[in-house]
Design a binder for this molecule. Sequence first.
Ligand SMILES: *Cc1c(COP(=O)(O)O)cnc(C)c1O
Length: 393
Amino acid sequence: MAHHLDTRLLHIGSAPFDPASGTAPVSLPAVRTSTLRFESLNALEKTIARRMDGERAITYGRSGLDTHRALEDVFMQLEGGTYCVLAPSGMAAINIAFLGLLQTGDHVLVADCVYGPVRNLDRALLKGLGIEVSYFAPGQDDVAALIQPNTKVIYVESPGSLLFEMIDLPALAEIAHENGVLLVADNTWGSGYIYRPLALGADVSVVAGTKYVAGHSDLMLGAVIAKDEKVAARLHSAQYAMGNSISADDAWLALRGVRTMSVRMPQHARNALEVCAFLATRPEVLRIFHPAWHKDPGHALWQRDCTGSNGMLSIELACTPEAAKPFVDALTLFGIGFSWGGFESLVQWVDPGALAGHAYWTGKGHAVIRLHIGLESAQDLIEDLAQALGHIK
Ligand SMILES: *Cc1c(COP(=O)(O)O)cnc(C)c1O
């Protein structure tokens, strides 16, 4: 009988028993090495042959050893995929997806709500390589009409990075596949635990493991997960060419972090909903962006496609971005900083420039504040927000 994901996440990568003592450590050790020694040339040849047969047989340390294989298994279980390529950061994973699936002369359609540094990847690398990028507004633009003869990939992030708008992935996957285009989704928000793009029709899922998978703000990690062998071969080939590698200690920390995902994620989600209920009572807050919140326009899609939520939310304040700065500075439990997915609460003053070119954003002139609701007591977080809101000029 197949076990529930919560159970599988705890048992992936159990260390094998030592045949002599009949014992094994509960926690798989971090296997650190730069290379492998082979008993004989015959053993080396056998390993290469196994790899040719599609096994994850390793001949060199850059690909990592048992700790890394166990972490790949974690991502495959989370995302429901059959292939996984690890990367040293979420951004490195995004690079593998773009450079593995696109070549000079190709075109990629990118959702306008994606993680900001993707636009920098476009400017810094893709332009120079002759890979054409254009942006579309999910839920507004007629995507089928935007597909060109050279379009190879549609790249999205659902929910969106700053305002958490839900994208209808099954509908988009249908359009993509009717046109022979691959659908790639950044699933850092869902991290496979509360949202699974591959099951909704996407071909590739990209995850910043830095966030909820690791869960403790103590490492950088990325993963690219796929279900088709040919697609996976292109991702592997890009990864191999780029020479990325993840330290065994970081892989080990991520394995350790993911063991508690089943208790962390629902608690982040409960705390965030309590905070939403408080924020909704405040006149300074014009709008809450959080798909699990009943008033969010994406709520119906969230109910249909997600199995849970997390600690991410944004608010639109009835003041200018400048006037919101004292509010951010007055918070005591929220660290001012980027990133999210750790145990702690964080606040980001969203630069208005980051919302330009983002069709879902209609509150021009107003402040947007992004909050990561951590595992502190929700009551304490609410009291902190209440006092800080009093500082808006
Ligand atoms: C943080 C983040 C990334 C990048 O991850 P890093 O590990 O910081 O490089 C990519 N996508 C999304 C949605 C993110 O939030």
